[in-house]
Design a protein around this ligand. Structure first.
Ligand SMILES: NC(=O)c1ccc[n+]([C@@H]2O[C@H](COP(=O)([O-])OP(=O)(O)OC[C@H]3O[C@@H](n4cnc5c(N)ncnc54)[C@H](O)[C@@H]3O)[C@@H](O)[C@H]2O)c1
Length: 381
C-alpha cells in the first residue's frame, strides 16, 4: 500500500496528541509541521523526527506531495485552514468544533463532498473500548428501548478567576465555551451510543466570573493550572463557565451538564443510559469499566478485556485485559480508520465526519437560542 503523507498544523496540546497518535498509524508519515513561528515548528519537527517545518500553514497547502492535513489550531482558524486544504485537494482531519458558525460548517461539509475528499472530525472520545461496548450492547437490544440519557462533562481547570485560556475569547473560541468545548463531546457520544438524535433542547448557561485575569503573555491549554502567570489584565467574560441542557431524543428524555468550574473533576465525562431492560454507565475518569445496571439481578462491573467484549467493540481494544487503554488510544483508533478510508476510497467512513461537526454546530446554536429565549428549541435535522 502507498504510504500517505500528512502534515500537522498547530503544536499545542492537541498538536502533540495528534503527532504522537499518528506515529501509531501504520500507513502514514508526518512530513511537515506548521506552527505560529518557524522556530516553534522546527523545535516540534526535531522532537518528532519530522523533516519539514514552517511558520506558515499556507506552505503546507502549496506542497502537492502532501495528501492530508490535521488542523489542531484554536477554533477560529479551523474554517480557513480546512477550506484551503480541501481546495488544495487534501484530506482534512479537523479538531472540533468544525468551524465558528453553522454557515461555515455547512460550507465545509458541502465542499468536502464536492471535492470527493475525506473530512474527519476529532470526536475521538467515542473510541474508548468500553464506550464501543456500550454502543454494541445497545444495538444488540441488551438495554431494551432507551428511555433516559443522563450525564455530564465536568472539569475544574477554569475554576479560579485567575484561570485563562484562548477559549475565553469569543473571537478565538466562538460564542459558547463549555457547551462547544466539552458539551459537544457529550452529545456526540450520546447520539453515537444510543443511535438516537437529539430533537429538542432547553438550556441554561451561567458565567460565574464576569471578568477574568488574562495573562499578558497568553498560555496554552491547561497551562494556567501550573501557575506562574506574570502580569494580568481584567478582561470581560461573555461565554459560559457552566451549562445545563434538558433534551429530548424522540420518546427518550435526557439531561446533561457541562462545567469547567467543578472542583476535583479533571475530565469527568459521564454517560448513563437507561432502557426498558437495563442500564449502563461509563465514566471517562475510569475508562476501563462499564457499569451494567439490572432491576432484578445484582448490578455488574465489566472490566475491559477483549475476550469479554462484543466482537465489533473488540476492534477498539488492542491490548489484553488489565492493560489500560485511554485517551491517546482513542485518537489512534480514529486516525487509523480515517487513513484506511483514504487508502481505500470505497470504504464508508466509520469515524465522525464533517456532517457530524455541522450537526454539533446546529445543536450548539439551538442551546444558545434556548438560553437566550428561556425556551425549548428544536434542533434542525
Ligand atoms: N478532541 C479533543 O479531545 C480535544 C481536546 C482539546 C482540544 N481540542 C481542540 O483542539 C484545538 C486546539 O486546542 P488545544 O487545547 O490544543 O489548544 P492549545 O492552545 O494547546 O494549542 C493550539 C496551538 O495552535 C497554535 N496556533 C494558533 N494559530 C495557529 C496558526 N495559524 N498556525 C499554526 N499554529 C497555530 C498555537 O500557537 C498553539 O500552539 C481546539 O479547536 C480544541 O477545541 C480537542
Amino acid at each position: 500500500m502507498n504510504r500517505i503523507r500528512t502534515a500537522v498544523i498547530g503544536t499545542g496540546f492537541m498538536g502533540r496528541v495528534h503527532l504522537e497518535a499518528l506515529r501509531r498509524v501504520e500507513n502514514v508519515d508526518v512530513v511537515e509541521i506548521a506552527a505560529t513561528s518557524a522556530d516553534k515548528a522546527k523545535a516540534a519537527a526535531a522532537g518528532y523526527n519530522v523533516l519539514n517545518a514552517t511558520g506558515d500553514w499556507r506552505d503546507v497547502m502549496a506542497d502537492p506531495s502532501i495528501d492530508a492535513v490535521h488542523v489542531t489550531t484554536p477554533n477560529v482558524s479551523h474554517y480557513e485552514i480546512a477550506k484551503a486544504a480541501l481546495e488544495a485537494g487534501k484530506h482534512v482531519l479537523c479538531e472540533k468544533p468544525l468551524a465558528m458558525t453553522v454557515a461555515q460548517a455547512q460550507e465545509l461539509t458541502e465542499l468536502v463532498m464536492a471535492k470527493k475528499l475525506r473530512g474527519g472530525l476529532c470526536h475521538n472520545l467515542r473510541y474508548y473500548p468500553m464506550v464501543q461496548q456500550m454502543r454494541r450492547m445497545r444495538e444488540a437490544g441488551d438495554f431494551g428501548d432507551i428511555l433516559v440519557v443522563q450525564g455530564t462533562y465536568s472539569q475544574d481547570w477554569m475554576l479560579y478567576e485567575s484561570d485563562w485560556n484562548w477559549r475565553v475569547d469569543p473571537l478565538v473560541s466562538g460564542h459558547s465555551r463549555v457547551m462547544a468545548d466539552i458539551g459537544s463531546h457529550f452529545f456526540d457520544m450520546a447520539e453515537h451510543v444510543t443511535g438516537l438524535k437529539v430533537t429538542d433542547v432547553c438550556s441554561d448557561l451561567q458565567i460565574f466570573w464576569p471578568t477574568r485575569k488574562q495573562p499578558k503573555d497568553g498560555g496554552e491549554s491547561f497551562s494556567g493550572k501550573l501557575g506562574g502567570a506574570s502580569e494580568t489584565v481584567d478582561t470581560k467574560v461573555v461565554t459560559e463557565d457552566f451549562g445545563a441542557t434538558l433534551f429530548r431524543m424522540g420518546r427518550a428524555r435526557g439531561t446533561m451538564t457541562a462545567s469547567q468550574v467543578s472542583a476535583g473533576r479533571k475530565n469527568g465525562l459521564v454517560l448513563e443510559i437507561y432502557g426498558t431492560k437495563g442500564g449502563a454507565t461509563w465514566r471517562q475518569e475510569c475508562p476501563e469499566e462499564l457499569w451494567l445496571g439490572h432491576r432484578d439481578a445484582p448490578n455488574q462491573i465489566l472490566l475491559k478485556d477483549p475476550s469479554l467484549l462484543d466482537e465489533k467493540a473488540r476492534a477498539f481494544a488492542d491490548y489484553p485485559g488489565g492493560h489500560a487503554e485511554g485517551y491517546p488510544d482513542t485518537h489512534k483508533q480514529l486516525f487509523r480508520r480515517f487513513y484506511a478510508s483514504i487508502a481505500d476510497s470505497a470504504l464508508t467512513p466509520d469515524y465522525p465526519v464533517f456532517a457530524d461537526g455541522l450537526r454539533q454546530m446546529k445543536m450548539l446554536d439551538a442551546e444558545l437560542t434556548s438560553h437566550k429565549n428561556r425556551a425549548w428549541v428544536s434542533v434542525p435535522a
